[in-house]
Design a protein around this ligand. Structure first.
Ligand SMILES: [Mg+2]
Length: 261
């Protein structure tokens, strides 16, 4: 008798990686997942270029979800690489950020406009790594404004048929209805994988739609505990809380839930 067919669908920054982009504590668990042919599907704010670099480092061949659900990507043996956009393009979204800033009466700084020095300071990225993060196709990350004006910004975005989600370090402007959860549904549909069981892992508010769409959802804490926006899901028992921060917690949760080791 075989068990369920699992997919591990995971956020990267803050979840599988710490704030220095280190995933090494999960390397052995990733190796076992590869050996057992259990797909590991990144579901991230990162760009396709950034995820492709990460997949090559880890040796992943599985599909992936980029830019907070803005697009799904994969490789099929017969067709080669494919991708599908799930919302408006960067060139449609970028002018909207400036319109929102005008409505709000506060400047909003897009990631792709940051100088090398600001990119290094805010994201810990430099050189080609920063450029890969700045070349967006279907989302506009920006430096989050003060907490007190975020609700007003959310409301202004909704009026313009847009959505704003909060990740680890950046806020992200997306088309309304674009989310990690919707993108997971689109990927399952595209691959005819409605029967798979999804282990979803995340650390930030932008992961909520992924956690809600997963069959088993794990919140990975930082060194100060889980993000406050995810407390309610953990306390109600809808989400598990990993026992350790970042990659170590990720690996422990994956082993406990699907590798039974
Ligand atoms: Mg994250």
């Amino acid at each position: 008798m075989t068990g369920p067919k699992w997919w591990v669908v995971t956020d990267l920054d803050g979840t599988l990686m710490d704030h220095r982009y280190d995933w090494s504590p999960a390397a052995e668990t990733l190796r076992v997942l590869r050996q057992r042919e259990i797909p590991v599907i990144p579901c991230t704010s990162k760009t396709a270029e950034e995820v492709e670099r990460f997949r090559a480092e880890v040796g992943l061949k599985d599909p992936y979800i980029v830019e907070n659900g803005g697009a799904i990507h994969g490789v099929t043996p017969r067709m080669g690489p494919w991708q599908k956009a799930l919302g408006p393009s960067w060139s449609e979204l970028k002018p909207q950020l400036q319109r929102l800033a005008a409505d709000l009466g506060e400047p909003l700084r897009a990631l792709d406009d940051l100088s090398a020095a600001d990119g290094e300071q805010l994201l810990g990225l430099s050189g080609e790594g920063l450029l890969q993060a700045q070349r967006r196709r279907c989302s506009v990350p920006f430096v989050p404004p003060a907490e007190s004006i975020r609700p007003r910004l959310q409301q202004l975005a909704a009026e313009r048929q847009l959505a704003i989600v909060q990740g680890n370090r950046m806020a992200h402007l997306l088309g309304a209805g674009v989310s990690k959860g919707r993108a997971l549904a689109a990927l399952k549909h595209r691959l005819g994988a409605d029967h798979v069981w999804v282990l979803g892992l995340g650390d930030s508010p932008n992961d909520l739609p992924l956690l809600e769409a997963a069959d088993v959802a794990v919140v990975v804490p930082g060194h100060d505990g889980p993000h406050p926006a995810l407390h309610e899901g953990v306390e109600s028992g809808r989400f598990q809380l990993a026992a350790f921060p970042h990659a170590r917690g990720w690996a422990e949760a994956v082993r406990r839930n699907i590798l039974y080791a």
